[in-house]
Design a binder for this molecule. Structure first.
Ligand SMILES: *Cc1c(COP(=O)(O)O)cnc(C)c1O
Length: 388
């Protein structure tokens, strides 16, 4: 559907129509911006699902070494990282793809597979880039709402598929809700998918999901199906490497990796990022400690919020999704004035919701107190002891 030509030439008119109509990504404010704007010193940074524990000590050493080699381009094939992951996952090296964060892989998949008029089926509320990157390619995104209980609606996803669907793409554990598909649901999804589309299963919160006894082995379930699929994971969350930008995908067929290679920039994972990921993988004890913080703090925080009468969705991620009885944006502003950064939701139907990262005990306490003040709620539960 070509737009009518603009009356006067503007810089915007040079851009593709799909790009002109894109909503900006809601990346949230930097700590500096919050300090400046609200005159607060202490910041509880709980808007981007970052890991308050930080990386394994070996990561800093590895990156320092890599910094000495910064005159050299990185390995375009990520061979050391590829070999390490191939062994850990028991997946052939040619079935791995790497990105400048897994978001890079989402963008690449959109460029490889989507054309004007194609359709993408995802869930609502959605991880923003599952929507924005397909739209930037001219695809139509069909969002299937979560169920009333906050579950990913398998039948809804299957029912939204048409002959024009190219990708079915969602996260499980889902961002922002935190719910995950069960083994039976994944089997039902795989059994119902027609063969003409690619399933992009975003498992960015895989390591957190594994804390739950009944969390399914998604990779094994996908391996058992004949559907073409990509399973996305990242070093940004549980491994604390968000600032380095490194994510990976496991693909059902090396042909998919070859297609990704044609479209990606050749050196898309920097030298320090590759070194950091290899070192992070080597320290599984550090990973275990950082997961333990989330398990303990998530339980405490969600119990306190529920005791204060708030609706908290059950979450397998390092975050909680809350449904308020009013628009979340005003509450988000009030939290910012206390130095607390959360992500208020902007998708229609969910503008009364906010997502808060499970942070350090002190940050969670600051969030809880600020939220109670912002909502003017009687504090029944308390996280007060957490600030010590
Ligand atoms: C955080 C996140 C990502 C992006 O991770 P990067 O590897 O940092 O790009 C992808 N998908 C979901 C669902 C996420 O929450």
């Amino acid at each position: 559907m070509p737009d009518s030509p603009p009356a006067a030439y503007t810089i915007q008119s040079l851009a593709r129509a799909e790009v002109r109509s894109l909503a900006p990504y809601n990346a949230g404010l930097s700590n500096e911006a919050v300090r400046r704007r609200y005159g607060v010193e202490r910041i509880a940074r709980l808007g981007s699902n970052e890991n308050p524990i930080g990386p394994a000590p070996g990561v800093i050493e590895a990156v320092t070494q890599a910094a000495r080699e910064c005159a050299l381009y990185p390995d375009a094939e990520c061979q050391t990282l590829r070999a390490a992951l191939s062994e850990r996952l028991d997946i052939a090296p040619e079935r791995l793809v790497f990105g400048n964060g897994s978001e890079d892989l989402i963008a690449i998949l959109a460029r490889v597979f989507l054309d004007h008029g194609d359709e993408v089926v995802t869930m609502v509320p959605a991880f923003g880039l599952h929507t924005l990157y397909p739209q930037s390619m001219g695809a139509r995104v069909i969002g299937v709402p979560i169920t009333a209980a906050g579950a990913i609606d398998v039948d809804g996803l299957l029912g939204a598929i048409t002959p024009r669907t190219r990708l079915v793409m969602f996260s499980s554990p889902s961002n922002p809700v935190g719910s995950a598909l069960s083994r039976a649901e994944i089997e039902r999804l795989l059994a119902g998918l027609p063969p003409h589309l690619l399933l992009v299963f975003d498992e960015a919160y895989f390591e957190y999901g594994q804390l739950a006894d009944d969390y399914p082995d998604v990779l094994a379930l996908l391996e058992a199906s004949r559907q073409p699929w990509v399973l996305l994971r990242t070093f940004s969350k549980a491994y604390s490497l968000a600032g380095f930008r490194v994510g990976y995908g496991i693909v059902s067929d090396p042909v998919l990796a070859d297609l990704v290679d044609r479209v990606r920039t050749p050196f898309n994972v920097s030298r320090p990022a590759q070194a950091a990921a290899v070192a992070a993988l080597e320290d599984q004890e550090h990973l275990t400690r950082s997961l333990a913080n989330v398990a303990t703090e998530r339980a405490r925080l969600s119990a306190a919020l529920a005791a204060a009468g708030l609706r908290v969705y059950p979450s397998l991620g390092n975050f909680l999704f809350l449904a308020l009885e009013r628009e979340a944006d005003a509450v988000g502003e009030a939290l910012l004035s206390h130095g607390v950064i959360v992500k208020t939701w902007r998708e229609p139907g969910f503008t009364h919701c906010l997502r808060v990262t499970v942070g350090s005990p002190a940050d969670n306490a600051l969030f809880f107190e600020a939220l109670m003040q912002a909502l003017d709620a009687p504090v029944r539960g308390s996280l007060a002891d957490a600030s010590h």
